[in-house]
Design a protein around this ligand. Sequence first.
Ligand SMILES: Nc1ncnc2c1ncn2[C@@H]1O[C@H](COP(=O)(O)OP(=O)(O)OP(=O)(O)O)[C@@H](O)[C@H]1O
Length: 308
Amino acid sequence: MQPIISISNLSKTYANGFEALKNVSLDVRKGEIFALLGPNGAGKTTLINIVCGLVNLGTGSVRVGGHDIVGDYRKTRSMIGLVPQELSIDAFESVFATVSFSRGLFGKPADPAHIEKVLRSLSLWDKRKEKVMTLSGGMKRRVLIAKALAHEPEVLFLDEPTAGVDVELRRDMWAMVRGLRDTGVTIILTTHYIEEAQEMADRVGIISKGEIILVEDKDVLMRTLGKKQLRIELREPLTELPPSLSSHALDLADGGDALVSTYDATADRTGINALFLDLAREGIAIRDLETRQSTLEEIFVGLLEART
Ligand SMILES: Nc1ncnc2c1ncn2[C@@H]1O[C@H](COP(=O)(O)OP(=O)(O)OP(=O)(O)O)[C@@H](O)[C@H]1O
């Protein structure tokens, strides 16, 4: 499939000499939710701002829908909606007016029916006549999303969309973003909430110190890099691990009330059968079992640690 965004060998050095992006190449597929994860200062916003035409690119090229972002600036800009990190909106305008105005910026004719659809999809219709300054922070963030959607973009960038938003609103936003994806909009989001990427993304890209260190299907990433943990609660506590169990990667936990084994769930032999046999031989009785898969957060931290 033709990617909707194609970034090739992109590097960016700011005027002060800081190299914020180093030879980044990345394709985003049409209709996917792509999560860009990285620690503070990794270059996420720089990358987004270059694609959106807000920061000049250094070297390399970026195409959106097959159009070059420099040569075909107007075309690519009109294909993109951006929800920026900072809440910057015209405080004195009504919700409806500020969202309609955004559409006009792209030279699109007024379309009150479209604006109504966008406002309704974001549960903002009841607030359409209110001044933006009277809204709560979460509602203001929705207005930013409405503004980004006013000109019917094919690609939506969400730069930390749920920073500082409460859990309920975050879940509403996720549902809203999924709904948008279902209408064919490609979504690229940056986030510090790895839970958000885990919940929403089709693919995940990890950026660190200006370099893309990994791009992978989320499910593949979690399957291949995710370790599983087996927790065995014991009927009787152990004071120490019996020597016969020393060949298993086991730790005593909860003051001896539990054993914890970390294993690779994708391996042909996980060693779990042998472990249970040895436990039975030792006469160690089990009260309960629990297995747990690594979260994306653990995978992410592990990847970054492996590079330092
Ligand atoms: N105009 C600028 N001039 C010089 N350096 C800059 C400029 N803008 C950003 N930087 C630097 O480039 C690096 C990448 O910044 P960027 O905002 O892209 O990171 P980020 O991954 O979005 O971080 P965060 O998660 O904190 O938003 C940072 O070290 C930042 O200080």
